[in-house]
Design a protein around this ligand. Structure first.
Ligand SMILES: Nc1nc(=O)c2c([nH]1)NC[C@@H]1CN(c3ccc(C(=O)N[C@@H](CCC(=O)O)C(=O)O)cc3)C=[N+]21
Length: 293
């Protein structure tokens, strides 16, 4: 038995096709959703991610607004660019690509983003709304990766309700907010958040119905630690040296042999990454739709 694949690439394509329709409907009413990106410095990885976001926008008809800034930009200068996009009516949502260079105050920058335009869904106001609204519909942007993880399962017919979900990693973009989403009444999962201080991680993993591996530790989840029939989502990304070629390659948190035990696994790449990007676009479209309402 080998696990079925949670195909993030195909599912993201499906979501993008739906968003394209919603963007057309908005355009007919005179609203053009626009995604802004703020990129500081010339890290090739970050440049590649940002380029991908603009390609995605073109695909669904969202306008792109791009601000590429020098690595030595000052806090005040960067804050001015954030304020500019906050005020720009053509920009319905935007992101500040992370990480920022060390001399900049990341928290202060992220807090300056207008919560209504927060395409990442990581503004303190939006995270606060997510925590406070357990039962009512949420009408503010949601964090893209947690939402992408859930959407990937739902669109493969996986029932989350009542399931034991074990999340590995307490990072801001995934671990710390995914529990707030999964424990909403609409999903009704039971969530355990594990991290580097957890005693006996293996024990937690072995009883999980669903594992969300977001630690950024290559191969952390092994076949020995997965219950037969579990659903395993590989969110982590780290760079490791390929033992054969010696080249630096991207590795996920889930060892390949897990596919022999699990019922479902998300590949990495091709799993949660494309979903994150699709849900970013959805946040931008939803912000534009709220503007119309
Ligand atoms: N403000 C901000 N928001 C972010 O959402 C954000 C960020 N900063 N900084 C960096 C991380 C990383 N991240 C990825 C998203 C998609 C893929 C993705 O689509 N990867 C593809 C291709 C991977 C490859 O081939 O290298 C895949 O998984 O199939 C990867 C990484 C968003 N991030």
């Amino acid at each position: 038995m080998t696990a079925q694949i949670l195909d993030g690439k195909a599912t993201a394509a499906e979501i993008k096709a739906e968003l394209k329709e919603r963007v057309s409907a908005l355009r007919e009413k005179g609203i053009v959703p626009g995604l802004g990106t703020i990129l500081v410095g010339d890290d090739p990885g970050s440049q590649w991610y940002v380029a991908g976001k603009h390609r995605d926008c073109a695909e669904v008809g969202i306008a792109s607004i791009r601000r590429d800034l020098p690595a030595d930009i000052s806090q005040a200068e960067l804050e001015a660019v954030v304020e500019e996009l906050n005020a720009d009516p053509d920009c319905t949502g935007f992101i500040v690509q992370l990480p920022l260079p060390g001399h900049l105050d990341t928290d202060a920058i992220l807090e300056l983003v207008d919560p209504a335009k927060d395409a990442d869904g990581l503004h303190p106001t939006n995270l606060g709304r997510l925590v406070l609204n357990v039962n009512r519909p949420i009408t503010s942007p949601l964090p893209c990766t947690p939402r992408g993880v859930i959407e990937l399962m739902l669109r493969h017919g996986i029932d989350i309700r009542g399931k034991d979900v074990v999340v590995v990693g307490r990072g801001v973009t995934v671990g710390r907010s995914i529990g707030a989403l999964l424990t909403r009444r609409e999903y009704n999962a039971t969530v355990t958040l594990t991290h580097t201080g957890t005693h006996d991680l293996d024990e937690h993993l072995r009883r999980a119905d669903i594992i969300v591996a977001a630690a950024g530790v290559a191969g952390l989840v092994t076949a020995d630690n997965v219950k037969p029939g579990a659903v395993v989502l590989d969110v982590g990304v780290s760079r490791v040296e390929d033992p054969v070629t010696g080249k630096s390659v991207v590795a996920g948190d889930v060892a390949p042999e897990v596919a022999e035990v699990a019922a479902w696994v998300s590949p990495n790449p091709g799993g949660v990454g494309p979903m994150t990007r699709a849900l970013l676009l959805q946040n931008v479209v939803e912000s534009a739709e709220r503007e119309l309402a």
